[in-house]
Write a protein that binds this ligand. Sequence first.
Ligand code: MRU
Length: 345
Amino acid sequence: MIPTIEWHGDVVRMIDQRKLPGRIEWFVCRGYRDVIRGIRGMVIRGAPAIGVAAGMGLALAGRGIRARSYKAFKKRFGEIADRMLEARPTAVNLRWAVERMLRLVEEMAGRPVAEIREALRRESEKILAEDIAVNRKMGRFGSKLVPDRSTVLTHCNAGSLATGGYGTALGVIRAACEAGKRVQVIADETRPWLQGLRLTAFELMQDHIPVTVIADNAAGSLMRAGRIDLVITGADRIAANGDVANKIGTYQVALLAKAHKIPFYVAAPVSTIDPRLSTGDEIPVEERSGREISRVGNREMGPPGVRAHNPVFDVTPAKYVAAIITEKGIVRPPYRRAIRVLLKD
Ligand code: MRU
C-alpha cells in the first residue's frame, strides 16, 4: 500500500486523496499552512491520519519559527497550534496530536531552539510509527470477532489511507484475512465524498480482499436478505459513555444492524476516545459546503440555487454499539465504566 503521509527530506508529503483512485499524486507541504490546507481540503482525511498530519505540520512549524529564545518560540508555537486545531473540528485525534506536540515543547523548557526543532520532528515520526503499530494490535484483537466465511459491511474509509497505515476497521478485516479467514466486504459508497467507492474499494482490491460497493441506501435491504454478518466502522471521536461520532450515515447503518440483530462494531485507537465529553451530544459535528451535495464532481446536479445541508458526521448512541475494538483490547457495554478502566491502564 502507498504511504498515506511521510517525511520526504525536509518536506512532508501526503497522497492527494481527492484524486484517488484515478491519479496517485503527492501533495507537498513545505510549511504548516500547507498541512492545514491539506486537512481542510480533504487531501488527507480520516481521524488518525489527520492526527499524524497535525503532528508533522507542527514539526514543520517549529522549523519555520525564527525566534531564538525558548519563550518567544513557545509563544509562537502555541499560536500556530491553535490554528492547527481549527483545521477540522470532529476528529479528536487532531487535538490529541497537537496536545502531544505542545507537551513536548513544554517539557523542553529552556533547551536551545534548534534542539526543540529536532525533537518535534522525531516526535512526529513517532506518532506515525505508533499509529501503524496500534492499528496492527487492534487488528489482532478485532479479528477474533470476524468469523470465517463472513461478509462485513463497512462505511466510509477506515483503512490505511485514513491512518498512518494498515487501518482501523479495515485493519481488523486485514488481520482476519491474514489469519486465514475468508472474508468479503460490502463497502457503502459513502456520499458525498465517496470514500467507500474511491478509497475503501481501492485499498481492498490492492490487497486482493473481495469487495463489493453498494449505494448507501442499499444496506437495509442487504441486511434483510441475510447477506451481512457484521458491521465494522471506524470513529472520529468517542465520548466517555461510548457514543460514537463517525462519517454521516453511520448512525442509520447502526440502527439497521440493531433491527436485524447484526453486531455493529467500532474499531478505533484509544486516542479517539475523548473522556472530557460525557456524551455524544457534546461532540462538535463539522458542516461543510452544501455544494458537496448538490454537485457531483464539478457538475451541478440540482436546480440552480438549491439549498443543500451537509453535516459530515453523525453520532451513534452507545446502545447500538456491540463492542469497541482498541489497541488495548475489546471494550463492551456498559461503556462508561469500561472506558474509564481502559484509560487508566
Ligand atoms: O471526512 P473524513 O473522510 O475524514 O471521515 C472519515 C471517517 O469518518 C472515518 O470513518 C473515521 O475518521 C475513522 S478513520 C480510521
